[in-house]
Design a protein around this ligand. Structure first.
Ligand code: NDP
Length: 450
């Protein structure tokens, strides 16, 4: 590396991808600095996956406490204390932020706690005016919640603010039908709020298998979560009592809510970074365009994670960060394999999937078959909870190679991670069936599908 630069690598953004890339590059011997203008840890740790999952756990106790009575426990009337959960979650986030900071320190990655912009192919400028040079610059600035441009949109909040509420609102409206909308619909519903999900289209979770998402819709409706489909927003107004009037196109009366959560997607965080000025090409929604090696149109500038808008998932950003650092600083050219990425929605109950959905198989394969298991988990039966799980396997017609696995039910994401190894390895239905069932579990259904 040229010693004439201040650093070998300057990373902008200390989220999951940026931290992985910087610590691995440093371990390979590079002189690394990283800039972060918010908090070390990024979306996943500070205002995403981690605090969300903790809220999902917290919310699930509502059902667990109810079910416990059927299992013989004398559960007195319980009261939910939102500030206690919120503060415990925020304290855990702070602890993790500290750990991320320590990882950087331990690996001798210099942290600049301020905004950095790109001012040349090998130069960044910090908010305090300091100019620094680096042989390579990595953009890992993530994505930011989208808020539509319509009157009163600012009266809503986004997933950035949702972890800091003073109280659980009585009526919650959620805009969108994707990951965040369905996860927070479940969370707020379990905390006792009246929840309505407002979707511009006619389906939730567009990228998941139709039968699985239909099952979630059916269970959510049964639980009492409201849905409005084909309902585009017109404007939002604040009523005299401080609540919100949400006017939807084609609806004579506004929907009344105490909180509106925008969950209509996340946009790459590339604005104002000076990228276009130095020649970095941006695509739709400001996504930084990169090749298979994460390199932008300016050879010394790379980008990974949500800012590239390829797959907005933390483990993917981490893989990209690792591949970048190994390739550029470790002498080990590595590319991320984007085939068969497992994903999950932490709804109540959760969904998990890997590989092709049935409609993708229909479009892509000459012939395919599906196997399903539609069952009521043993625990739900005794609890008197009328909630059925659905597992679905999609196989290539002739070889019966498993090309997709989709599940909804308790612990589906925990179960799917292991099964995703088999799908990634290209195993067949017969090989699944060769494995003796582990009884009594829910996951045994994976080897018993008909
Ligand atoms: P999603 O992409 O999951 O869903 C966006 C939703 O908003 C869709 O229903 C979409 O409708 C709708 N929508 C998009 N644009 C508009 C608009 N202008 N007006 C009204 N509705 C609109 O986004 P999320 O915000 O829920 O999450 C962002 C990303 O973060 C996810 O894509 C995912 O990658 C990641 N994430 C992952 C999680 C996990 O792994 N468990 C959890 C949370 C987030 P339509 O279907 O018609 O396009």
């Amino acid at each position: 590396m040229a010693e004439s630069y201040d650093y070998d690598l300057f990373v902008i953004g200390a989220g999951s991808g940026g931290v992985r890339a910087s610590r691995v590059a440093a371990a390979h011997g590079a002189r690394v600095a990283i800039a972060e203008d918010h908090r070390v840890g990024g979306t996943c740790v500070i205002r995403g996956c981690v605090p969300k999952k903790l809220l999902v756990y917290g919310a699930h106790f509502a059902e667990d406490l109810q079910d416990a009575r059927r299992f013989g426990w004398d559960v007195p009337k319980c009261r939910f204390d939102w500030p206690a959960l919120r503060d415990n979650v925020l304290a855990e986030v702070e602890r993790l932020e500290g750990i991320y900071g320590e990882i950087l320190e331990r690996n001798e990655v210099e942290l600049h706690e301020q905004r950095a912009t790109v001012t040349g192919p090998n130069e960044v400028t910090l908010a305090d005016g300091t100019r620094l040079t680096a042989g390579t610059i990595l953009i890992a600035t993530g994505a930011w919640p989208m808020v539509p441009d319509l009157p009163g949109a600012e009266l809503g909040i986004t997933s950035n603010e949702v972890f800091h509420l003073d109280a659980v609102p009585r009526r919650v409206a959620i805009a969108g039908g994707g990951y965040i909308a369905n996860e927070f619909a479940g969370i707020f519903h379990e905390f006792g709020a009246e929840v309505t999900l407002i979707n511009r289209g006619d389906r939730i979770l567009r990228h998941y298998d139709e039968q699985i998402r239909d099952r979630l819709l059916q269970i959510s409706l049964t639980k009492g979560i409201g849905f409005k489909f084909n309902a585009p927003f017109e404007r939002i107004e604040k009523a005299e009592d401080g609540s919100l009037d949400i006017h939807l196109k084609g609806s004579p009366d506004p929907l009344k809510a105490d909180l509106l959560l925008w969950a209509v997607g996340r946009q790459p965080n590339s604005r104002g970074l000076g990228l276009e000025e130095v020649g970095v090409k941006l695509g739709k929604d400001g996504a930084v365009l990169v090749d298979e090696d994460n390199q932008t149109s300016v050879p010394s500038i790379y980008a990974i994670g949500d800012v590239t808008n390829r797959v907005q998932l933390t483990p993917v950003a981490i893989r990209e960060g690792q591949a970048f650092a190994d390739s550029v600083f470790g002498g080990k050219p590595t590319r991320v394999d984007y085939e068969n990425i497992p994903s999950a929605v932490f709804s109540h109950p959760p969904i998990a999937g890997v590989g092709m959905t049935e409609s993708e198989a229909r479009d892509k394969l000459g012939s395919y078959k599906t196997y399903t298991s539609d069952f009521r988990p043993m625990k739900n039966v005794l609890a008197g909870r009328n909630e059925r799980s659905l597992y679905k396997m999609i196989v290539e017609g002739e070889t019966e190679r498993v090309v997709g696995l989709h599940m909804i039910g308790p612990d589906a994401p925990e179960i799917l991670q292991a099964a995703a190894v088999a799908v990634k390895a290209g195993l067949t239905k017969a090989q699944f069936d060769d494995t003796i069932a582990l009884h009594p579990t829910m996951s045994e259904e994976l080897v018993l599908m008909r």
